[in-house]
Structure formats: C-alpha cells, structure tokens
Design a binder for this molecule. Structure first.
Ligand SMILES: C[S@@+](CC[C@H](N)C(=O)[O-])C[C@H]1O[C@@H](n2cnc3c(N)ncnc32)[C@H](O)[C@@H]1O
Length: 433
C-alpha cells in the first residue's frame, strides 16, 4: 500500500494532467511530517514532467503508442524520487511506485511489470539517471502557454541583441526554483527566524534553516504576502483617503494592507464568490480589522450603486500567468478563455473608473505578464477617459526604464530577471479635480 503522501501526489498529478485542473491549495493538509516529502515530489514531477516523459519514451516497446496517464504518473514519481530525492531509499522509490501502478484509480495494472522493470533498472545508478534527465532540454518542461508567458514577461524590458533566447532560459530556470515565501508583520514582535528583507520595508523573509512560522500565522500576528504585492501596496500617495474600495478582495491580503495603511478610512470589500467572501470576512475579523464585506459581482455592484471612493484597488481576476513559480502546474492547466477574461477586466475597470472621486487614486493590478491583461487596459483608459492621468506612485526601479517619469513610474512592471517576486502588471491613475 503506498503511503498517503504518494497517494496525494498521484491524485494531484491526475488532476493536473488528466483534467487540466489546479492543485488545490490545501492538498497536503493531512500529511503531517510527510508533507515536506510530498511537496518536494509533486514540485519535481510538475516542474520536470516533460523531461521525465521524454526519458521514458524511447525505452518503451512501441514508443508511438499512447501511454495511460496512470503509468506516466507512477513512472514520473518513481524516477523523480530516484534522481532527485537522495533521502528516499531505492526500495521505497521503486516499490511504492509499483504499488501505485497496481492501484485501480491512480495507476494502470497491466503496466505494473513495466513500471517495476524501468524503475529497478534506473535505481542501479541514480546519479547517472539524474545526469541523463538533466541533460535533456529544459524546454521539454514548458508548454506553448508557458513559452508565450516568458516572452511576454521579457518583451517590455530591453533584451541584448541575440540574447532573447538566453534570457528566456534564465527566466525559466528562475521560475523552476520553488519560491521563498515572504511575510508581513500585522501586530506584535517579529518572531524568531524571520528577518527584514533588504530594500523592501516591512517585508520579512525566513532565515536559512528556520522553521515555517505556522503558529505565528495562525495567531493572526502575521501573514504570507508575496513581495510583489507588498511593493505594489507601498504606493506613494499623499492626498487624504477617507473611502476605500477593494473591488476584488478575497482572500484579503491586500484589504489587510489597505486597512493598516489607512487606519480610520471606511473600506468596502467586494467579492463575487460566496465561500471566498465568507473567508474574507473571517480573516479580517481574526486580524481585528474593519471593512464592509459585500458578496457581489463588482461590475454589477459598481454600476448599480452611487457614491465615490478616494482610493480604489482593482486586483482583477486574471490568468495568473505571473504565478508560474508558485504554481508549477500552470503551464499544463486548461486555461480560461482569455478574451472572456479580458472582457471582464475591461468592464470592471470601466465601472471602477466611474466611481473614483475627483482627485482620487485608482490602482488596477493583475498577477499576469500577458499584455492583454495589463498594458492594453492602461492604453484603453488613457484613450477612452481623458479625465484620467497616470500617477507615478512607485519607484522607477519597479517599472520599465523607458516608462519612468523622473524617479517614479505609474506602471508597475518589475523586471522578471531582476525582481524575485511574482509577475505583476499594475497601473495607477487619478481623476482630475
Ligand atoms: C486576484 S484575486 C484577489 C486577491 C486579493 N486582492 C488579495 O490580495 O488577497 C481576484 C478575486 O476576485 C474575485 N472575483 C472574480 N470575479 C469577480 C467579480 N466579477 N466581482 C468581484 N470579485 C470577483 C475572485 O473570486 C478572486 O477572489
């Protein structure tokens, strides 16, 4: 019987490669001490899926015949353990994968012998296996969707002549490393094991070897927040802010920062999904923060209500293409129809713009590198609404050099090779007084 950790990993791989679905956020919740092994193994299988499959193919009797997903999953898991997880014994890596192959839901029983034979042979020289896998082209691990995102991420930044391909490989290599989490203090003292991150005030990082600060997070004294979100919300804005709208608010990381940055302001937080809205309410309550949480479609709510806001954050639903590092399954997902998504973003932006008070600040953001989801909306707003003007609220280093206005920029688009955080595009604009 395979261990729960391996069963969970196999389920997650079936979800991604069978259904094109995401790995659920809490997929490893019940695994206790084995969660670390499961996370490492799943990360390796997702990040090196193409190479693992390419290694197997020529060793099959009939390489052109389709191989059932169950077989591919068991082989990928066994090979990844043998090649890259030296703490896992040969016996565990091989036998547990063979047991998985015999599992009706997760494997493919007729291929139990094949899985056994290939893994047993590979286990004879694990370093040679690792070397063979590493020698295969890393591009095998990218889907066309991932390639498109990498090109989009690099396009606005000047590429060295002939260096585009090299930069793309460098970026892919960076995104293949498991991300380091970033944290933010909400109240009390910084716990042991967390240290300030240079260059980004308030951002905390784990010291090498320090344990993940779960109790501190659970006591609502701190939160996990990617450095891109932290930098985005460090906008410089001096005008008074009494009414804030967070238009797409769950799970509430940015609502939290807005509440802490503007104490005393009245915050309205919208969220369309009932469960996410409930979670948002709960999170804010646990953190002792006040906001009026409304479960509603933001476009409908904005179009159907009156009143204006001094500050609007529209952290719009998007493809999530900037989160490739955190979500290594992203290249293989069945993606939502992009035109539908950009249509929704445009409608949300237009509705939000209409409700910005004169002199107020609107920040539109997406964790995506695709220009259709960011740059294109910025251009549209500039042309369609001349009463709005860009506001350079971020340091120029967080934008593209050619777009900087003096020392600052109104277009947040950090260089993906010089900035370690998630890929984001955000623009800041104000309405004329
Ligand atoms: C990028 S996430 C927001 C993350 C959040 N700002 C944070 O920092 O924690 C986008 C959110 O918008 C919600 N959403 C999607 N469509 C929406 C709509 N039409 N109206 C309101 N919320 C929407 C999604 O359910 C999701 O929770």
């Amino acid at each position: 019987m395979p261990t729960p950790a391996r069963i969970h990993v196999a389920h997650a791989l079936h979800e991604v490669f069978g259904e094109g679905g995401r790995v659920p956020d809490i997929w490893d919740r019940d695994l206790g001490e084995d969660a670390q092994l499961a996370q490492a193994l799943l990360g390796l299988c997702l990040r090196r899926w193409g190479r693992l499959q390419a290694w197997v193919k020529p060793k099959l009797k009939d390489p052109d015949r389709g191989v059932p997903l169950g077989t591919r999953v068991c082989l990928a898991m066994g090979l990844a353990q043998l090649a890259w997880l030296p703490g896992v014994s040969d016996h565990a890596a091989v036998n547990e994968s063979v047991d998985l192959a015999a599992n009706r839901d997760l494997g493919f029983l007729p291929h139990k012998g094949l899985v056994n034979a290939l893994l047993r042979k590979a286990s004879k020289d694990r370093s040679a296996l690792a070397a063979e896998l590493e020698a295969l082209p890393s591009a095998l691990d990218r889907s066309p969707a991932a390639d498109r995102v990498l090109k989009a991420a690099l396009a606005p930044h000047v590429c060295q002549e002939g260096g585009a391909e090299a930069e793309l490989e460098t970026l892919w290599a960076r995104l293949q490393q498991p991300p380091r989490p970033d944290f933010r203090l909400l109240k009390g003292e910084v716990p042991e094991g967390l240290v300030p991150e240079a260059g980004l005030p308030g951002c905390l990082r784990l010291e090498d070897g320090a344990p993940f600060p779960r109790p501190w997070l659970e006591s609502a004294q701190g939160m996990v927040q990617d450095r891109s979100s932290q930098a985005l919300l460090a906008y410089r804005w001096e005008r008074p802010v009494a009414r804030i709208l967070d238009a797409c608010a769950a799970p509430g990381g940015k609502t939290t920062t807005l509440a802490l940055r503007h104490p005393g302001a009245a915050i309205t937080a919208l969220e369309v999904h009932p469960k996410r809205a409930a979670r948002l309410r709960q999170t804010l309550q646990q953190r002792g923060l006040e906001a009026q949480v409304i479960q509603a479609d933001a476009a409908e709510w904005l179009e159907g209500n009156e009143g204006t806001f001094d500050l609007i954050l529209l952290d719009a639903p998007c493809s999530g293409s900037g989160t490739l590092q955190k979500h290594p399954e992203w290249p293989w997902l069945k993606h939502e129809d992009l035109p539908r998504l950009t249509g929704l973003q445009r409608r949300l932006l237009a509705a939000a713009a209409d409700r910005l008070a004169p002199g107020g600040l609107l920040i539109y953001a997406v964790c995506s590198w695709l220009p259709e989801e960011g740059a294109a909306h910025r251009e549209w707003l500039r042309e369609a609404r001349p009463e709005f003007r860009p506001e350079a609220v971020w340091p120029a280093s967080l934008g593209v050099a050619s777009e900087a206005e003096n020392e600052a920029t109104s277009f947040f688009r950090p260089h993906p090779l010089q900035w370690e955080g998630e890929g984001f595009q955000a623009f800041a604009t104000s309405r004329s007084l």
